[in-house]
Design a binder for this molecule. Sequence first.
Ligand code: COS
Length: 396
Amino acid sequence: MFGALRREKGKCNMQDFILTAEQKDLVAVAKDFAERELAPVVEDCDAKGEFPMDVYKKFVEQGFSTMFIPEAYGGIGAGALDLVLVNEQFAKVDAGFIVSATTAEFGVTPLRIAGTEEQIKYYFERVMDGQLGAFCLTEADAGSDASATRTTAVRDGDDYILNGSKCFISSGGIADMFTVFAVTDKEKGAHGISCFLVEKEREGVGVGKEENKMGLRLSNTTSLSFDDVRVPAKNLIGEEGQGFMIAMQSLDRSRGVNSYGCLGIAERAIDEATKYAMVRRTFGKPIIKNQGISFMLADMEIQTTAARTLLYHCADMIDKTGQYDTRLGSVTKTFVSDVAMKVTTDAVQILGGYGYSKEYPVEKLMRDAKIFQIFEGTNQIQRMVIGREMQRRYKV
Ligand code: COS
C-alpha cells in the first residue's frame, strides 16, 4: 500500500552515510579476512588461551599490521577512524586477537611523543618486518598508581642498566620491542621516571609465564623481567624524568580509540542475542515478541549506537585536529566499556541457560568485555581523570 515510501531493508545504518567509499572498502576487507581466517580458530584458541600466530602472520602479509605507520616510513598511513573501523571488524570476531595484534601501535606511542627520528625509523622498520612491540608500564605494585614504578635504570657510561619487572603486559611473550618505564631518580617521584626502548634480544630480558585469564584469551599477556639489562643511552626516549608524562600522554592517545575492542564485542552480542530471540519460541511465539525481551534488545541497541557514535567522534576529532584530548579519551573508554559489559550481560540473560553455556558465544563475549573496564586504567581511574579535567576547565 505504501509503495515507493516503503523503507528499504538495511538502509538505516549510519555507516552508509558517514563513511567514505575507501573506508567502506576497508571495512569489507577486514570483515572478510576476520571471518575467513580468524573465526575458525577462535574457539580452540580461547580454550587453550593461545594467540594464533599463524593468523597473525597472514594479518601481517595482508598489510594490516603496518596500517598505522605513516606513508613516509613505508606504511599505509591510515587515520584514527580508519584504524577503529578495521579493528572493530576484528573485534566482532575476537577482541583478544586484535588487542595483541595491534600492540605495536601502542608500544610506539612514547616514541611518537618524544622519540628521535632515528628511534622512530628503527622501530617502524622492525614492525615492517612483522615484529610486534609492547608498552610496559604496569608493575605488581604500580597499577593504578603508575608513579609508584620500581623498575630502575642506572646510568653507566654510555649505557643504562635496567632492573625490575613488569606485569600484565599485552603481547609480552610475542613482542620484540618494549617501551619500558623505569626510575632514574627516586627522589623526584613522578618526575624521576624515564622511558626506554628495550629490544627483547638484549641479555637479561626475561619473559614470565603467560597469564591464565578469564577472558580475552587470544591476547598474549605475560610478565617481563629485566635483570641487569644494558641498554645504550641512545635508547632513552625523550629526556630523563619525562617518562611519567610520556606514559600519561600515551594513555591519552590510546584510551579512547582503543575502545574498538569493546565496541566490536557489544555489536556481536546484539547480533547473537537478536538472532536467538527471533527463533527461540516460548508460549507459542518467538521470545522477541515479548516486550520484556524486545525492550532489553532496544536498550542494548540504544547504548551501543551511542557508544559507536562517541568512539567515531573521538577518532574523527584526532583525524581533524591532530590533538588527543585527555577528557574525551577517558570519557570514550569508560562509556564504551561500561556499555559492552552491560550489553554482554544482557545478551547472556536473553539466551538464558544457553547463554551460560559454552555452546553459544555470548558467555565468551561477557568474559571478554570485562577487561575493558580494567586495563589502560580502570574505569574508576578514568572517572578520576575526567573529574580532574573538569576542575581544570572550570577553574576560576
Ligand atoms: N598529560 C601530561 N602530563 C600529565 C598528564 C597528562 N595526561 N597527567 C598527569 N600529568 C603530569 C601532571 O601535570 C603532573 O605534573 P606536575 O607535577 O609538573 O604538575 C605529573 O604528571 C604527575 O601527575 P599527577 O599528580 O596527576 O599524578 P598521580 O600520581 O596523581 O596519577 C593518574 C595520576 C592516577 C591519572 C595516573 O597515575 C594514571 O593514569 N594511572 C593509571 C595508569 C594506567 O592507566 N595504567 C594502565 C597501564 S597500561 S595498560
